[in-house]
Each structure stands twice: as C-alpha cells, then as structure tokens.
Design a protein around this ligand. Structure first.
Ligand SMILES: [Zn+2]
Length: 274
C-alpha cells in the first residue's frame, strides 16, 4: 500500500515540480550545512553536477557535529573524525579542502550564537560572492537546521546582492509515505506520525517545494561521497548500540536521498517589491 502511494507521490513530484535545466550547473554556489553529512544528503547531486562543469562550489559547515554519538566517544575525537570525513566527502563531490570551511559552533546549540554566526556567514558570502546559496528547508527541525536557515537569510539581507536561494530537505522526508508509519522503534513511530500530520500527509512536498534536479547520472557518486561519513554510515561499535543513518526509519529515510531527483524550494533575493 505504502509503495503504491510513494510511487504516485514520486510521479506527481516529477510532473508538478519544474525540472532544473543544465544552466543551473554552471552557476557558482555556496552550500551551508548545519552538520557534516547534510551537504551530501541534501545537495550532493547538485554539487557533483556543478563541479563536473567547473563551477565554483564552496561548502560551509555550521556546527562541529559533536552530538551524533556523544555518549560513545570523546567529544574531541568525534569532532575531528567528522571534520576529516566532511573533507573526504567534499573531495568525492569534487570540492577541494581549500573550499571547505568549518565555523565550529557547538552541535545542537547554533541558535544561541545567531549574531556571531550571521557575521561569519556574511564574511563567507563576501569572500565567495556566489550566484546561488543552498540552505536547509525553512520548516525543518532540528534546531540547528532552522537556525542555519535563519542565519544565512539574515546575512543575505545585509549582503544585498542578487542571489538565488535553494532550500533542501533533510528531516522533511521523515513522514509517510516516504517512511513507514510502523517502524521498529516506539519513539520513532510517534515522531513519524506527528511529522505526517504536519506535512499534511506529504502534501507539503507540492506546496513548499517548486523544483527538482535529475541526479540519475551522479547518484552512484553521491552514494560514494556519503559513505565517506563513516561515523554516520557505519556502526563503529555495534555492541554499544552505535546507530547510523541506515537505522532511521529502518532505512526508508536514507533511501529518499538516492531517488533520481533532488528537490528544492527556490526563490530569488532580494525579493522584488510589488
Ligand atoms: Zn543535520
């Protein structure tokens, strides 16, 4: 039953959202990721296509990723691992280490450093002067994702230059029919049910997003890049319950990032006054 709905939703996505043409690949981009892995999950295909034609792409990581397995590994060790993994993943996406920045805010607490973060993001914008900026979807908890959206939009307002913004979904996908309403863990079942109501049974896909990129030709490379995030993709201590992205909704959620389409909410800044 869910497969039928998911298939219909995917068909509707292709029919109702506009397909981004190849011109988008040639435009320079600055990608903001709240955590080390969001860049590949949310816009790995886009980055690969841009780098394949030589467009400038810079990636900025907002937080240090220390929360993912904080109870299993010392903080400094986890932060360093995630930094190295992010550099390796970006390399797989075609982005050199020199074009990767880490702002290093504490994972989970970005919203407590809004002013400092806006100033640093503004510096990044002034240094790279991108034609396009990529940020998380504006209605998407967790808090660091919402904060990243808010911080970058505030910095863009001061920046004042014409920029196309693309919001990419990550945790948005954590609702039916993309994931099962009946996952193996009780806590996740409640979250999925709540998310399903909040997205109007998935209807937000069509009201909040307006375009998609066909990534069929670079999907395998996107997968390779994501594998570079070993702490997130491999259970390093299975005996201690080291969870990975595969465990979210029993793998249904991760599968959403490897469809043939990456979806986006695109708009232009400054907004035209009318
Ligand atoms: Zn994240």
């Amino acid at each position: 039953m869910r497969d039928w709905f998911r298939h219909r939703y995917q068909q509707a996505l292709v029919n109702r959202l506009s397909l981004l043409d190849t011109a988008v690949s040639h435009r320079s981009a600055l990608v903001f990721a709240p955590h080390e892995d969001d860049e590949t999950l949310g816009c790995g295909g886009m980055i690969l296509k841009k780098r394949a034609v030589g467009a400038d792409v810079n990636v900025v990581f907002m937080t240090d990723g220390r929360q993912s397995h904080a109870h299993l590994i010392p903080t400094e060790q986890l932060v360093e691992l995630r930094r190295q993994e992010a550099i390796a993943a970006c390399r797989e996406l075609g982005v050199a280490e020199a074009d990767v920045s880490f702002l290093g805010f504490t994972d989970g607490y970005l919203s407590e450093s809004i002013d400092t973060a806006v100033a640093q993001v503004l510096d990044c914008l002034r240094q790279t002067r991108p034609q396009e900026v990529f940020i998380p979807y504006f209605k998407e908890p967790p808090a660091d994702h919402l904060a990243t959206n808010r911080i970058v939009l505030a910095a863009l307002e001061t920046f004042g230059q014409p920029v196309t913004v693309y919001e990419y979904p990550i945790w948005f996908w954590h609702h039916w029919p993309w994931v099962s309403l009946n996952p193996s863990t009780q806590g996740e079942r409640r979250a999925i049910f709540k998310n399903t109501l909040h997205t109007f049974f998935g209807g937000r896909l069509f009201t909040d997003f307006n375009c998609f990129l066909d990534i069929a030709d670079v999907r395998a490379q996107k997968c390779t890049a994501l594998e570079a995030h070993k702490t997130q993709m491999t259970s390093l201590m299975p005996e201690k319950g080291w969870l990975t992205l595969h465990d979210v909704a029993d793998g249904d959620w991760l599968a959403c990032f490897f469809m043939n389409q990456e979806i986006y909410r695109r708009f232009q800044l400054p907004r035209s006054k009318s």
